[in-house]
Design a protein around this ligand. Sequence first.
Ligand code: COA
Length: 331
Amino acid sequence: MIKPFKAGITGTGSVLPDKKLTNFQLESIVETSDEWIVKRTGIRERRIIDNGMPLSELAAEASKRAIADAGIAADDIELIVATTITPDYLTPSLACQVQKQIGAKKAAAFDMNAACTGFIYALQISKQFIENGTYKNILIVSAEALSRVTDFNDRKTCVLFGDGAGAVILSRVDDDTGIGPAIIGACGEDGAVLTVPCFFATQEDLSLRSEGKKQVIWMDGSEVFTFASRIMGESTKNVLEDAGLTINDIQYIIPHQANMRILQNAARRLDVPMEKIYTNLEYTGNISSASVPVCLDEAAKKGFLKKGDKLILVAFGGGLTYGAALLTWTK
Ligand code: COA
């Protein structure tokens, strides 16, 4: 049998918008308090994109940083996969807009939507192209402007979300590092617990939202909470089993950042100390598919990761979707 090539992450980059929205500022928008938000979610502030700024600019900047970090040229990129649920346009895709802004003229480009699990889906799909020898360098960029679909009359959701972008370069690697077993999955039958209508909305969709607004998030928070707490542990265990590893072999878990209590529940189920779980939601909030690559970039730039370290990347989100991957750090 021909040995497949391996796909590793050889560069990372991320950007958070400059503008902060603190819990104290939210106190003057909805009936809430910094104390409630911190206690129930762990979030203190989030970053919000300026009204006039296209998301593609944030995505392109994160991409440029990842390209520079990988030490390649934009011309070396053969595929751009963008993940987002808040694109500037349905067409051209965010990936095509990024291609234009970074000048990656030789790349194919498309968007995909698996909500907050988007980055893990993109990783699992993109790594196949490296492993089967089709491409050598792929840019994955996950960018979200959730403030655009946040209902600032709904205190149950508006305190949770933020904006940001994270990018990675996936390249062929010749050593034992790179992406190992990964799983992606979906529970479409439970999709109604977290929705953002687009061109169509049922009467029920509209009745759930303040002032009959259409394109805003509605969520049954406790249903999502229960799903998330369970699926993070299960997905992690499944990947470890596929890899023939135990949780003790893992240096860091880099999870989707939705709620500190979800992460604490997952840590308990996996029997790992919180020190092994990377968190940044205190100052980012939930930035959907951008959350894992932003964390990965931060952890790398802070010097937390060294070559050969084994990481679990794990996420869940609207759909409902979930996914996890084993990553042995390449750099
Ligand atoms: N400020 C103050 N009070 C609030 C509030 C806020 N921002 N949001 C909700 N409350 C109130 C509720 O109205 C409720 O009051 P009531 O008992 O008088 O009706 C009370 O707090 C408890 O609400 P509940 O929904 O049970 O709170 P919770 O502890 O479950 O926390 C979430 C709510 C949304 C923080 C939590 O369910 C969650 O994080 N869910 C997962 C969300 C998620 O991860 N989504 C993204 C997936 S990718």
